[in-house]
Design a protein around this ligand. Structure first.
Ligand SMILES: Cc1cc2nc3c(=O)[nH]c(=O)nc-3n(C[C@H](O)[C@H](O)[C@H](O)COP(=O)(O)O)c2cc1C
Length: 338
């Protein structure tokens, strides 16, 4: 039987499919089903910096009830009830998830600034998290803020979190960085053990009748995998730590592409929302079949085989790809398609 185990964040995982952060794992029943279906680790939903800030302000407000001094400062944050779990609820759920399954459970923290809330990482560790994924979301909306400042903010945040805990820390990154290899190298310098490519931003849409800006959430399609493959292939061999692929992983082919680009694991969410948790089992069966048919003895041996450093011609990853792709489309071909 082909060995499909992979190493991720210093842990030996029994396969390449990790369930990325999703509300599906807020039910212990689902967490068990994920393990039974063959998930090799589970990332819990994120606990948000704003949620912790709000809880501590609500507590302050309770203590100074009658003064109403915090009412205005609370306006810019969502209602506490809009968040799925309080931080105590999160820790209790994390602990229960750890008891329910034998695969690693990774806690997730979402924030963009340094602050007292990062100490919460230590509580996650105490509650039994096998690792922490820092889901970062920093958006440049101010013309006076430079990209270097934003990167520095991120590195400082990661530095504090990774110093606060002994368990491995991974960082889920957004795609919008100019020099990703340099940023990842700096993150490794402050102790990061893996990068997760990429966070999916949920761009707001416009309702032109109501003149409103509305949040949207669409499940992914496999086409979203391509930028992840591209960047993983560029990063592989330049980093000491691991690369996880999240975004557009729906099938065994997608998992294989992610590993061949240089990923240690492929994470799934949308496919599980669409097809159900059992989908993991089907994908693993297809994956084994594919590997066995081609007489691979392990999945790990395919890792990075299509990365930039492994292929004889790197032009598909570089500027050459842009020129080649565009010039391969002639006007005649385009017209023939109609
Ligand atoms: C309903 C939903 C909730 C999510 N919540 C989180 C979250 O709390 N933290 C996080 O890091 N990512 C969250 N994500 C992003 C997923 O973890 C994942 O990275 C993303 O959906 C891309 O993977 P996919 O193409 O398999 O869906 C969420 C995604 C969905 C669809």
């Amino acid at each position: 039987m082909t060995d499909i185990s992979m190493q991720y964040l210093g842990m030996k995982l029994n396969g390449p499919i990790v369930v990325a952060s999703t509300p599906l794992s807020e039910s212990i029943d689902n967490v068990r089903q994920m393990e039974d279906a063959g998930a090799s680790a589970i990332v819990l939903t994120s606990l948000f910096e704003e949620q912790l800030a709000l809880e501590s302000r609500a507590l302050d407000e309770d203590l100074s009830r009658g003064t109403n001094s915090y009412a205005e400062s609370l306006d810019f944050l969502p209602e506490l009830s809009d968040y799925r779990m309080t931080h105590e609820g999160y820790l209790a759920h994390l602990w229960r998830a750890r008891q329910a399954v034998s695969i690693p459970v990774i806690a997730s923290l979402n924030g963009a600034t340094t602050g007292g809330w990062v100490r919460f990482a230590r509580e996650m560790e105490q509650a039994g998290a096998n690792a922490i994924e820092l889901n970062t979301f920093a958006l440049a909306t101010n013309r006076s803020e430079t990209s270097a400042e934003l990167e520095l903010q991120l590195i400082e945040l990661v530095d504090i979190v990774s110093k606060a805990v002994k368990i491995p820390v991974a960082v889920k990154l957004s795609q919008s960085f100019t020099s990703l290899p340099h940023l990842c190298a700096r993150l490794e310098d402050v102790g990061v053990r893996g990068v997760v490519l990429f966070n999916r931003f949920y761009q707001p849409d416009f309702d032109i009748e109501a003149l409103e800006v509305r949040p949207t959430l669409h499940f992914s399609t496999p086409s979203e995998l391509l930028p992840r493959l591209h960047w993983a292939a560029i990063l592989y061999g330049q980093l000491k730590g691991d690369i996880a692929i999240t975004g557009g992983v729906h099938s065994a082919e997608d998992v294989l592409k992610g590993i061949m680009a240089g990923g240690s694991v492929a994470m799934m969410v949308s496919a599980l929302h669409i097809h159900g948790i059992q989908h993991i089992g089907r994908v693993l069966a297809d994956l084994r079949y594919w590997l066995e048919k081609r007489e691979y003895t392990s999945l790990a041996e395919t890792r990075g085989c299509l990365s930039r450093r492994s292929v004889p011609d790197t032009s598909p990853y570089d500027r050459g790809n842009y020129i080649k792709t565009l010039s391969s489309y002639s006007l005649r071909q385009t017209l023939a398609a109609f």
